[in-house]
Write a protein that binds this ligand. Structure first.
Ligand SMILES: [Zn+2]
Length: 270
């Protein structure tokens, strides 16, 4: 990235974020909301907007284009796409399941907060926790529908992400993006063992590894990947919901306009 003029990078990123924003906005404008089953449009639109939001955050923040942080967001983007693709295959029941599970989780968290508040000794009442409970209860109560009352602690869809991905035609996204990005997202050894330990140089120590805080190395490939995931989501909206759009897909805009030097070979297809 050394040969890039800061101005041209800034301009490219500004335009890129606009393309992502417009790609979502233009498509959703054509969508007719399901008035009698409003959870369908709310779940699908919300997830698509979430995907666009994450893509824009990556575009706005070159400081996070490194192997410490970017994979966390990319993992979330693959999750978002798989969830959306799976819901779109049977929107009426699956959007309800998705919302029901979220409301159950919120109900559970409010119960935790309430128990915590109940244990605070008289005289030390914490206004903040009471306020938090009130605000969260307000949101929950505003959404309660007769079909959405129980707390479900399993997987929201009753399936693993691997199964959902297979059913929604996202198998390669699951294998080559979701799986590798899960390592850093959960701080598992396949990430930590590579990025946060190095071999000790003391020959008497039998090659043990010692912890390090690595210097972040910025790589625009993370932005490229994020542009692919959001494009995949936009493409799905266009195909399944018939929402055409004249704005270029973010990945095409990236490939066409990016100011970065050769981005290195060997990219996987995901
Ligand atoms: Zn040592």
């Amino acid at each position: 990235m050394t040969d890039i003029q800061p101005d041209s990078l800034e301009q490219f990123l500004g335009e890129y974020c606009d393309v992502v924003d417009a790609g979502f906005t233009e498509r959703w404008k054509l969508h007719t909301p399901e008035i009698y089953n409003n959870e369908i449009s709310e779940a699908i639109g919300g997830l698509a907007a979430r995907q666009a939001t994450l893509a824009i955050e990556v575009g706005r923040n070159p400081g996070i284009w490194n192997s410490n942080i970017a994979p966390l967001i990319l993992r979330c983007m693959t999750d978002t796409h798989i969830t959306l693709a799976w819901i779109l295959a049977s929107p009426q029941d699956r959007s309800k399941e998705y919302i029901r599970f979220g409301l159950g989780q919120e109900k559970l968290f409010i119960e935790y907060l309430q128990n915590e508040a109940d244990q605070i000794p008289e005289g030390e009442i914490d206004d903040q926790i009471e306020q938090l409970i009130e605000i969260r209860k307000g949101w929950l109560n505003s959404q309660l529908m007769e079909w959405a009352i129980e707390v479900n602690v399993g997987s929201w869809s009753g399936k693993s992400t691997r199964e959902m991905a297979a059913e929604a035609g996202c198998e390669s996204l699951y294998k080559f993006a979701y799986v590798p990005f899960s390592g850093p997202a959960h701080s598992m050894w396949q990430h930590v063992g590579i990025h946060n330990v190095v071999p000790c140089k003391n020959p008497l120590h039998k090659n043990h590894r010692i912890p390090i805080i690595p210097e972040p190395r910025l790589d625009p490939d993370f932005l490229y990947r994020s542009s692919k995931y959001v494009s995949r989501t936009f493409d799905l909206l266009t195909k399944v919901l018939d929402l055409p759009c004249s704005i270029p897909l973010p990945v095409d805009f990236f490939l066409d306009k990016h100011p970065f030097q050769a981005r290195g070979g060997n990219k996987t297809s995901n």
